[in-house]
Write a protein that binds this ligand. Structure first.
Ligand SMILES: Cc1cc2nc3c(=O)[nH]c(=O)nc-3n(C[C@H](O)[C@H](O)[C@H](O)COP(=O)(O)OP(=O)(O)OC[C@H]3O[C@@H](n4cnc5c(N)ncnc54)[C@H](O)[C@@H]3O)c2cc1C
Length: 463
């Protein structure tokens, strides 16, 4: 069993009647003494659904447990879905996935008080198959991935929260859930709870996130007519734009704002390290409002109606403090394993890769009939041999560098705006004296030795 598509009636009967329910082979699916699944996946986000899909496709009997009413109901992101990692699990997903726009134009805005210095890259190539990245909304996207897992044969169990793991002689053998009589058993448990990984923490699989290793982001979905978005962002309806904003509005936090174009909405948000928000006594929603009031941003949002407002944590762990992602009978996936590349705003692609690797590891472990920690350590090796841990390792000093050099988020954007303003104002001042003025601005803002130190420190952080 587990190969052919799951029937809707099967899923709904599992959901509505507890777990001791007949599956399509006629036997009890879960809680009867001695019966268990091959694998339980906790959380139907990108990591969990990818893992469930990979295992179900290989014929494993998988239950995918989700606390929300439906996959994606509780999930928040920016969000940009990167094609390569996603396609490695769901080939050519862009043919039928609920995507918003392919991203062809990536812009960085350094905001001054009432001006902006811009950088960016645009290519039509990213607007054609196989694409590079897409904007997407989590409610629809997570449901799509979970449906793929269901179609491959996994059982999706919604409105069910896993509260902790069940251990037998040191090995994870099942999960306790919020339902009455709600214990589920399996050979292997894949924890893909996201950043709020209460069950993993309660079961001692990892330490909880703290203020210094998490960022807090707030996000709005603002609706605007499609044509207005096309006109304001200068793209046709089948192309999308991402806009990253840094500047003094971040009030000295290591934080940035974003505006992403969806079909007929904009995703607009701001996130910063929780510790910095606490130190500077600012709320991310106030900083987002300040960003939205900037004249260059305001013209993009004018007349828009806020449809949704949400807040969510983002892991920002040091490489050295990442938890060991496996143990006897369990693996940690995605945000639960701290797999986020904060510098490059990548999370869902790492989550999907971790789901793929954990799923493949479980399939191999099943073949060997060995779900010990030693057997599941293959998962760690797969992560290490891929861009997931290679990137996090090679960039491990960057988050620390930016934390201690927060001038990159406030002082430098202001300095560049002042320099641009002076340099581009055509007046009666001779050009050579203007050059001296520009040096004066740099000295006033950061000092030439400060500038040189920042460049050297930045280069050192890449070693
Ligand atoms: C504001 C913001 C912007 C972001 N922008 C981007 C972006 O543009 N691109 C990008 O790649 N990444 C982005 N990320 C990061 C990305 O969203 C995450 O890295 C990614 O969603 C992690 O996937 P996951 O499957 O590990 O966890 P999640 O997506 O958090 O999914 C976890 C799932 O588990 C469920 N769950 C949790 N606990 C339990 C439990 N005990 N029992 C049952 N179910 C449970 C949850 O309801 C949820 O469905 C952003 C994040 C935020 C907050």
């Amino acid at each position: 069993m587990g190969h052919e598509p799951a029937e809707d009636s099967k899923v709904s009967s599992l959901e509505s009647s507890g777990f001791a329910t007949a599956d399509r082979t006629g036997r009890n699916a879960v809680t009867e003494e001695g019966e268990k699944f091959d694998a339980i996946v906790v959380g139907a986000g990108p990591a969990g659904s990818a893992a469930a899909y990979v295992m179900a496709q290989s014929g494993m009997e998988v239950v995918l447990v989700e606390r929300g009413d439906y996959p994606g109901a509780k999930n928040v992101w920016g969000g940009v879905l990167f094609r390569e990692a996603t396609a490695s699990v769901f080939p050519e997903f862009w043919e039928d996935a609920p995507l918003e726009r392919p991203v062809v134009d990536q812009r960085l805005w350094m905001l001054g008080e009432d001006s902006v210095v811009q950088a960016g890259f645009k290519t039509e190539r990213f607007g054609k198959p196989p694409y590079n990245a897409f904007t997407a909304l989590r409610g629809k996207l997570d449901s799509y991935f979970a449906k793929k897992a269901e179609d491959a044969g996994a059982y999706l169990l919604t409105e069910t929260q896993v509260t902790e793991l069940i251990f037998d002689r040191g090995k994870a053998v099942g999960v306790r859930t919020s339902r009455d009589d709600g214990d589920l058993y399996a050979d292997v448990i894949l924890m893909a709870e996201g950043v709020n990984c209460f069950a993993a923490v309660k079961s001692g699989l990892r330490a909880d996130y703290r203020m210094e290793n998490a960022a807090l982001a707030v996000k709005e979905i603002i609706s605007l007519p499609e044509q207005t978005i096309n006109d304001r962002f200068n793209v046709p309806g089948d192309q999308g734009v991402t806009l990253l904003c840094i500047g003094e509005f971040g009030r000295g936090t290591m934080g940035s704002g974003f505006i992403y174009t969806n079909k007929d909405t904009l995703s607009v948000g701001f996130g910063a390290i929780v510790q910095h928000l606490s130190d500077t006594q600012v709320q991310p929603n106030d900083l987002l409002e300040e960003m939205k009031r900037h004249p260059a941003v305001q013209v993009l949002l004018n007349g828009g109606e806020t449809k949704e407002y949400s807040a969510h944590l983002i892991p920002e762990m040091r490489f050295e403090s990442l938890p060991r992602p496996y143990g006897a009978g369990y693996m940690l996936l995605g945000d639960t394993a701290g797999l986020v590349n904060f510098m490059f705003q990548e999370g869902a692609n790492l989550a999907i890769m971790s789901g793929k690797f954990a799923g493949e590891t479980a399939v191999e472990a099943k073949k060997r009939g060995d779900f010990s920690a030693d057997s599941l350590s293959m998962y760690q090796r797969k992560l290490e041999n891929s861009f997931v841990l290679k990137d996090l390792k090679s960039l491990r000093k960057m988050p620390g560098f930016f934390r201690s050099h927060r001038q990159f988020f406030g002082t430098y954007p202001r300095m560049l705006n002042r320099i641009a303003q002076e340099a581009l104002t055509v007046d009666d001042q001779p050009k050579m004296s203007k050059g001296r003025d520009l040096l004066r601005v740099a000295r006033e803002e950061r000092g030439l030795s400060g500038l040189a130190r920042d460049v050297l420190d930045g280069l050192r952080s890449l070693r």
